[in-house]
Design a protein around this ligand. Structure first.
Ligand code: IZC
Ligand code: ZN
Length: 426
């Protein structure tokens, strides 16, 4: 007999809907995690068809009924800042790091980002696709169903386009929804060392083609000592905006240069890192639409003493999001749950603030606020069932994967019950 619904999940201890209504979450709402306790949820045709109390679900029928055994169910997580597509790896730089050679000094010596550029230029599109697909499967296993992916390891036309085409293909092939960002301005390539402005112009000249092929929605730039100045970044992003792109910026990651203020001034969708954000910059974030995407994995991995001032930002009224910054140099991890732990331990964020930061606000940071990061009737069913008793538990118990099952658009794409279902194969 066919049921009314495709899937019915009963006996959910806490169903974290994260549905606060419209818009990014800031102010008092950051302290709330909207949920239904003792809940049930039904999926039909890939969408959330019904949600309520388990006691109200007794007469509902479905092709497959799952007993959640009192565990947690949440929206699929959203990771709004990753460098997903790259060649090679940088484990050989670990010894330099241990000797105290700073991240920017490694870059200055031609390593760091530039060593990944070399490996990415040498890789074929198929090799990059296979490697990124491997990482993507792992990201999915940690509960992420929507994420951003940047280029930036080509620093010349063909390789940048190659990376962006890989993201486009993976978006079509893989269950995770990918949002693409052009980060051609990620470092100054050696051939332009004396003329960074000419390099930036060359990257801007690629935008019409990127737009025509639908290869990116966002344009990003790394503003940092030894990379691009805040003023170079401002000019670059304003031109990208004029050409119809939304913009993001890697700002105040290592040194405080005023990139946070500039992000707000140019109307960036998000400012990312913001470790060295000034008090003025934090105040400006609080009264702007620019989302503060914090990446504590990089501070941890680069062994920094200070982290982004999340508490001050939230108190100022900023919409805060969290991300892995998955990349081969400063944050080699696919595990967004570990970032949730670091947000709690190192930035003193509360569980409610953390969940808002990896769902609703992360989705708005990549222009997917209307389709990802929430559980609500009629929305695409991107859902995670966790092996934990409540939502406080995930930021608390660190270093392991708590995900039991992931559904993307109602389809089971990762989990212990995969044998019974149609399984995704890459
Ligand atoms: O490959 O090091 N910070 N870009 C800016 C990165 C980190 C990625 C990398
Ligand atoms: Zn980054």
């Amino acid at each position: 007999m066919t049921g009314q619904y495709d899937v019915l999940i009963k006996n959910i201890g806490q169903l974290l809907t994260m549905d606060h209504g419209d818009g990014p979450i800031r102010g008092e709402k950051m302290a709330q995690a909207p949920m239904i306790e003792k809940a049930a949820l039904a999926i039909k045709d890939g969408k959330i068809a019904w949600m309520g109390k388990t006691t109200e679900a007794v007469s509902l029928t479905a092709d497959k009924t799952i007993d959640a055994e009192g565990k947690l169910v949440t929206p699929g997580l959203v990771d709004p800042h990753t460098h997903l597509v790259f060649g090679g790896s940088r484990e050989q730089e670990m010894a330099l790091k241990q000797q105290g050679v700073p991240y920017l000094e490694i870059l200055k010596r031609g390593g760091g980002i530039l060593s990944t550029v070399k490996a990415t230029r040498e890789a074929t599109e198929e090799q990059l696709l296979e490697k990124a697909s491997f990482h993507l499967d792992r990201i999915l296993s940690y509960g992420v169903t929507t994420m951003e992916a940047k280029s930036g390891y080509g620093l010349e036309k063909e390789t940048e386009l190659k990376q962006l085409r890989v993201v486009k293909k993976l978006n079509e092939q893989h269950p995770i929804d990918l949002v693409s960002t052009f980060l051609g301005a990620h470092a100054i390539p050696p051939e332009y060392k004396e003329n960074p402005d000419a390099f930036l112009q060359e990257m801007l000249d690629l935008l019409p083609l990127i737009e025509k092929e639908g290869l990116a929605e966002f344009v990003d730039i790394f503003s940092e000592t030894g990379v691009f100045t805040v003023e170079q970044a401002r000019g670059y992003l304003l031109k990208a905006k004029e050409m119809g792109f939304d913009v993001k910026i890697h700002a105040d990651e290592i040194n405080p240069l005023g990139g946070t203020e500039m992000a707000v001034e140019v109307g960036a969708r998000s400012g990312e890192h913001l470790v060295g954000a000034s008090d003025k910059g934090i105040g400006m974030l609080g009264t702007s639409e620019t989302i503060a995407v914090l990446l504590p994995g990089t501070c941890f991995y680069l062994n920094k003493d200070s982290y982004a001032k999340a508490r001050e930002m939230i108190e100022a009224g900023a919409a805060v999001a969290l991300s892995t910054d998955f990349n081969p140099g400063s944050s080699p991890t696919e595990n967004l749950q570990l970032i949730m732990n670091l947000a709690a331990l190192k930035m003193k964020m509360t569980p409610e603030e953390i969940w808002n930061s990896v769902t609703v606000n992360a989705a708005y940071a990549i222009n997917r606020g209307e389709s990802a990061g929430k559980i609500a009737p009629g929305r695409q069913a991107d859902i995670v069932l966790w092996d934990v008793p409540n939502y406080h538990y995930v930021p608390y118990h660190y270093g392991v994967n708590h995900v039991n099952t992931v559904w993307k658009a109602g389809k089971l794409v990762y989990g212990k019950e995969r044998e019974d279902e149609q399984v995704y194969t890459s």
